[in-house]
Design a protein around this ligand. Structure first.
Ligand SMILES: *[C@@H]1O[C@H](CO)[C@@H](O)[C@H](O)[C@H]1NC(C)=O
Ligand SMILES: *[C@@H]1O[C@H](CO)[C@@H](O)[C@H](O)[C@H]1NC(C)=O
Ligand SMILES: *[C@@H]1O[C@H](CO)[C@@H](O)[C@H](O)[C@H]1NC(C)=O
Ligand SMILES: *[C@@H]1O[C@H](CO)[C@@H](O)[C@H](O)[C@H]1NC(C)=O
Ligand SMILES: [Fe+2]
Length: 467
């Protein structure tokens, strides 16, 4: 700690005096003692009033290019009209409402039976347009809205929020509402681990319901691009629940077929100037497996003239200098990292570790069992790896780092927060990280990212923004 601080002060001094950029990593002096992350009780999120009122409303992109939206909600009963979404352009008088029926299912988990889970895919929407949508019947009608993204193109600005490992504690609430107070966020990249229902006796499925109600004020109005984490597996042999990802797959639909994927656990979308690939840390990825073959084909489809920004979402980080979950992403890194470097992936967002970390652009792909060359080296074709598992869930902060800070680690801090990725054009994106203790406008870590395809120059973080 102390040493790192001294190194930080020293490098800042050098930076200022002789204008030499020092690439020593920073361990934030803001490290705090472990905070309790107290769960918001079930009663905090009662179902909405009204007979068979739709609840747990959330949306996600419903096709590959951004003209579709999947609307998901839950009703206690499955009656006439409860599975229909009506929608219309906000800018119209609403006399021409269209409607789409949902596919409906429910599931059992141990002693729990879910409500009716509805998922409706709206297609053929206009780009860059605000729509209202309506769910429910009679006096239980509820109305929401969303804005479709602009047409895909290389210089289309777009702002993503980035959240991981959210859970449903008072800290989670702070993370979500801090993000919502930022008027720029248009869609959320979610790095896995949603409700943490599995941290409760028999994976208390009511916690999936309360989670759905908790995120609704955000997730009903802007798409969350979901990746699955270990807390989505819900595998519990001792209570006879042996179908991995059962609750998650029932509750959170994604447009995986639009990217020729055979599983909702890995898929891709294009949105504005970004191509987003979602991977599953907890599905097979070795050579010859479905995820591996899919990714191999998928990377060939990315057209940087159309979508300059290539972004990957995965749960377990590949570069993590926290003692928690240390090296859990290692075998996937070994499998896929050469492809990421070859294809010049811009950013990899991961969760899992309940803290924040940003890497240098490094790769470790030289490994050869004969010569044993296996260490990260600076590589301007490599992604920046960002661990954003700091959403604030019930398991608390991961506040123990390896010491000394390895050279691949640029900035690390054990605080809860979220990030904003503000893509400006094909060459520049402004990335900022916001800790919960500060108001949203305060930036705790930031960097101007340069696109790996159009401007593969080395970036330097602005040291002055770090407190
Ligand atoms: C969640 O945060 C919002 C915004 O600060 C606040 O109004 C609300 O009361 C919080 N909810 C709980 C349960 O603390
Ligand atoms: C890539 O996208 C550009 C811009 O939309 C287009 O002109 C070009 O034909 C595309 N290339 C391929 C191989 O599809
Ligand atoms: C592995 O390293 C050894 C020793 O440097 C070298 O002779 C060999 O060609 C390398 N193998 C591969 C496949 O690169
Ligand atoms: C791209 O955005 C950056 C940052 O706003 C700006 O400095 C640069 O001039 C822009 N490039 C073009 C071609 O407009
Ligand atoms: Fe996790």
């Amino acid at each position: 700690m102390r040493l790192n601080r001294l190194a930080f002060v020293f490098s800042t001094a050098v930076l200022l005096s002789i204008f030499v950029v020092i690439h020593g990593g920073v361990t934030s002096s803001y490290v705090r003692v472990a905070e309790p992350s107290e769960e918001m009780p079930l009663e905090t999120f009662p179902p909405p009033a009204g007979l068979n009122a739709p609840e747990q409303v959330h949306i996600t992109q419903g096709d590959h290019a951004g003209r579709g939206m999947i609307i998901s909600w839950v009703t206690p009963l499955n009656v006439e009209g409860s599975n229909v979404v009506k929608y219309w352009i906000a800018d119209s008088d609403g006399s021409e409402k269209k409607s789409v029926p949902a596919s409906t299912s429910s599931y059992r988990y141990y002693d729990y039976t879910s409500g009716y889970l509805h998922h409706a895919t709206i297609k053929g929407l206009k780009y860059d347009t605000k729509y209202f949508y309506q769910l429910g019947t009679g006096r239980s009608i509820r109305q929401f809205f969303f804005v479709t993204p602009p047409k895909v193109g290389p210089d289309v600005p777009y702002t993503f929020g980035v959240i991981g490992d959210l859970g449903q504690t008072y800290a989670s609430n702070q993370t979500l509402y801090n993000y919502m107070s930022n008027p720029k966020g248009q869609a959320v990249l979610f790095a896995g681990d949603l409700s943490y229902a599995d941290d409760h006796p028999n994976h208390d499925q009511r916690k999936w319901d309360s989670y759905g109600r908790f995120v609704e004020p955000c997730a009903a109005y802007q798409p969350f691009i979901w990746a699955a984490g270990n807390h989505e597996i819900d595998y519990a042999q001792s209570i006879g629940e042996t179908q991995p990802f059962k609750p998650y797959k029932h509750r959170y639909h994604v447009p995986y077929r639009a990217s020729k994927s055979t599983s909702p656990l890995w898929y891709s979308i294009k949105r504005a100037s970004a191509y987003i690939i979602v991977l599953s840390s907890y599905s097979a990825y070795d050579k010859y497996t479905p995820q591996n073959s899919w990714l191999e084909d998928e990377l060939k489809k990315v057209n940087r003239s159309e979508t300059p920004w290539l972004i990957v979402l995965v749960h377990a980080p590949w570069y993590n200098s926290n003692n928690y979950h240390y090296m859990e992403g290692e075998s996937m890194r070994v499998t896929f990292e050469p492809w990421f470097v070859q294809n010049k992936v811009d950013i990899v967002f991961a969760g899992h570790v309940h803290a924040y970390e940003r890497s240098e652009r490094v790769s470790n792909i030289k490994y050869n069992i004969t010569d044993g060359m296996s260490y990260p080296v600076k590589d301007q074709s490599a992604p920046v790896y960002i661990t954003i598992g700091d959403g604030g869930n019930i398991e608390g902060i991961a506040n123990s780092y390896t010491d000394p800070q390895p050279s691949y680690s640029a900035y690390r801090e054990a605080s809860f927060g979220h990030a904003i990725l503000d893509i400006k054009n094909r060459t520049h994106a402004h990335y900022t990280w916001h800790r919960n203790q500060d108001n949203e406008p305060v930036i705790a870590d930031s960097i101007w990212l340069k696109n790996r395809f159009y401007l593969p120059e080395e970036e330097t973080a602005s040291v002055d923004s770090r407190v």
